[in-house]
Design a binder for this molecule. Sequence first.
Ligand SMILES: [Zn+2]
Length: 105
Amino acid sequence: MKPRKTPLRKCVACQQMMPKRELIRVVKTPTDELLIDLTGKKAGRGAYLCGKSSCFKLAKKSRALDRALKAQVSPEIYDALEQDFIKVEDEFIAGKHAAGDDDDE
Ligand SMILES: [Zn+2]
């Protein structure tokens, strides 16, 4: 059984095309905050990363988020995001297993 067609997005770190739901979205909000957006619905410019901390590290090293978000991202922001990233990674993976419908909370 096939779910509806999955849009593909490119991971800004490793440049791989992946189904959108396999990626973690980092969003730059209209107020210039950088956040991890697990809902994929926050307003702002988004960049996608594989749900792997190795990819986040790569993004940090290559400053891929700066380029993708057309913004200067300070090392502190990268560090803070990395912490969040690690935190959401489990949630994200768990969410994938529970995938199917939108019965959150
Ligand atoms: Zn990646």
